[in-house]
Write a protein that binds this ligand. Structure first.
Ligand SMILES: *Cc1c(COP(=O)(O)O)cnc(C)c1O
Length: 403
């Protein structure tokens, strides 16, 4: 072996260009470790890390420092007031997080209790995917705690909940659901995407695992997809093992963007929520709106519960409004908007609208929608960071133009 770099052949030199040592000074930005593989000093080091006998990195599907830093940061934010260690795991999407948690906590023959008002992807995983592996789900109205209790069976493996559920913005009674779950000896898992840790920290109320689609408020700019799960090291360690098998691991560049989003999460959420409150109040006063679903309004069924569980004055930033005139009015309202965009997803800087009956709840006919408490004309508005007067003015002009 030549002992100087220049003695190597051209191709060897190109492949093995020496890298500078890491900087002495701590970078304030999060370094992006854009690498699939890591190198070791000895064969034993490699096998010890891979065997979880020593800490470290081997391969980025297993763990990546940038992705791990993102999940650890969310765990820090969610751990306030918990009084026990909280760790996190990063995922390529919210659905990767959800399916990984479900595959961790269930086995053939297991049973799940989940809300009927549920994110469509979670519903599909529970109703279509898991039954193929022998896992059954009962969908119950989670506001009816007796119905939740009654649904529990000896094979129940977990209770699923959503802190704030689309589209009627139902608030889960997290302490009561945690009591029911723990009484049955099973974990309570909560999808807290619509809240984010700047509105609610479910672990404080006894929830065992919290997951987020980081694509929404945590990323905050509609330019990155990701997910995260936080909870006790024991449970989260089991989730990590399943993630490694299923492979829904978060890429380092996406992790960088999601981590950067956390720095402004409280600022953005405070503004999203204040805008949503002003928008909901403006819509509640509009003569062509028959109903507004937003827990910040005293008329919402869960207003008092949200006041107990959420950060003061923050009720989330998704508002469902129902224009007079049924299904057609909902579509026409979306089409008449000039500022608010017709778009999927939520939680970004731009306000977005979707006609519920035609999009997120398209599988339900008018009768099924009404049974679920959803008017066929209802539209969901994800309130962004624009000036709230402009949002109220845009929706008002649209309501007037279709009236
Ligand atoms: C978007 C969303 C998900 C799924 O997350 P992806 O990042 O799109 O995979 C899960 N739960 C809720 C409540 C969501 O809004």
């Amino acid at each position: 072996m030549p002992d100087s770099f220049t003695a190597y052949g051209e191709n060897t030199r190109a492949v093995h260009i020496p890298k500078p040592a890491p900087p002495e000074q701590e970078p304030l930005g999060l370094p992006v470790y854009r690498t699939a593989a890591f190198a070791f000093s000895t064969a034993r080091e490699y096998s010890d890390i891979l065997g979880d006998r020593a800490p470290g990195y081997t391969y980025s599907r297993v763990d990546n420092p940038t992705a791990a830093a993102f999940a650890a940061a969310v765990a820090q934010l969610e751990s306030v007031g918990v009084g026990a260690e909280v760790t996190g795991q990063p995922f390529a999407s919210g659905m990767a997080a959800i399916t990984t948690v479900l595959m961790t906590l269930t086995r053939a023959g297991a049973h799940v209790v989940a809300p009927c008002e549920l994110y469509g992807g979670t519903y599909s995983a529970l109703a279509n995917l898991l039954p193929r592996f022998g896992v059954e789900t009962d969908f119950v109205p989670v506001s009816d705690l007796d119905a939740v209790r009654a649904a529990i069976r000896p094979e129940t493996a977990l209770i699923w909940g959503e802190t704030l559920a689309n589209p009627t913005m139902t608030v889960a009674d997290l302490p009561a659901l945690a009591d029911i779950a723990h009484g049955a000896g099973v974990p309570l898992v909560v999808d807290s995407t619509f809240a984010s840790p700047a509105v609610c920290r479910p672990l404080e109320y006894g929830v065992d695992l919290v997951m987020h689609s980081a694509t929404k408020y945590i990323g905050g700019h509609s330019d990155v997809t990701g997910g995260v799960v936080v909870g006790s090291p024991e449970l989260v360690g089991r989730v990590r093992a399943t993630r490694i098998d299923l492979g829904g691991s978060l890429a380092p560049d996406e992790a960088f963007l999601l981590h950067r989003g956390l720095a402004t999460l409280p600022l953005r959420m405070a503004r999203h929520c204040a805008n949503a409150q002003a928008f909901a109040e403006g819509m509640a006063a509009h003569p062509r709106v028959t109903r507004v679903d937003y827990p910040g309004l005293p008329t919402h069924r869960d207003h008092a519960l949200a006041g107990k569980l959420f950060e003061p004055g923050r009720y989330g930033a998704v508002v469902t409004i129902t224009p007079a005139g049924g299904r057609d009015a909902g579509e026409a309202l979306c089409d008449a908007l000039r500022l608010v965009r017709i778009a999927t997803s939520l939680g970004g800087t731009h306000s977005k609208v979707s006609h519920i009956a035609g999009t997120t709840h398209r599988q339900l006919d008018d009768a099924a929608l009404c049974a679920a408490g959803i008017d066929p004309g209802a539209v969901r508005v994800s309130i962004g960071l624009e000036d709230p007067e402009d949002l109220v003015a845009d929706v008002s002009q649209a309501l007037e133009s279709i009236g």
